[in-house]
Ligand binder design. Sequence first.
Ligand SMILES: [Zn+2]
Length: 271
Amino acid sequence: MKDILAAPWLMELVRTCTNMYAHGWDERNGGNISLLLEEGEVSPYLETGRVLRVIPTGFSAPALAGRYFLVTGTGKYFKNVQYDPALNLGLVRLGEGGRTAELLWGFTDGGKFTSEFPAHMMSHAARLGVDPQNRVILHCHPNNLLAMTYVHDLEERAFTRTLWRMETECIMVFPEGVNVLPWMMCGTNAIGEATAEKMKTARLVVWAQHGIYGAGKDLDETFGLIETAEKAAEVYLKIAHLPIRQTLTDENLRQIAEHYGVTPREGWLTV
Ligand SMILES: [Zn+2]
């Protein structure tokens, strides 16, 4: 067996945790990541028949039965992942109906997956229904997006249009816009189901007064999505209280979308 700590997918996830912590998006034990892996990616590193523990998930996700996920642990700090990946991360395979998770590696202190596991797994199922290439669900607490949920209208079209106008690249990076959930109790199946529903129409779902969920084909794409939206929110907060002399118009946004061949969410531009 090869050394799992040298697996490219594990190293990339560890680097992502470190980078997110460095951005200030994952204070204390904030934030969580899950990465969908194929059996062929896992089998050079692990005996897939050797189950260390079986952990109930508390929900049902039949579409994900038999799928492998590398996931961050509950109560674990992103800043520490790089120093002890086997303690802070776990590799699980969902059992029948998705009601249990078979631990194959990690959580060496007897821990388990993030308390947001329901939101992650339900979001994976929703995104796979839209895009079979989707591999990543990533949650964090970016400062400016979080702040924006206190002062901006939470209506999704309005929220998205503000972000699109803050930087030319935004409409290219997330043409489908940003969906927004009002404040809900985190760590529950209810917020998991609501997030997954929102994930059917966008890869970014803001949790008001909490943070954001992102989805994508790989860790770079997903990190980049959140990074771009967060940058736009930062620009918004820098200028929101100042008299605006000029901005990106809907005409400009339409030009950008046409030039780069992306389709903005239907009806969200006025031209
Ligand atoms: Zn959170």
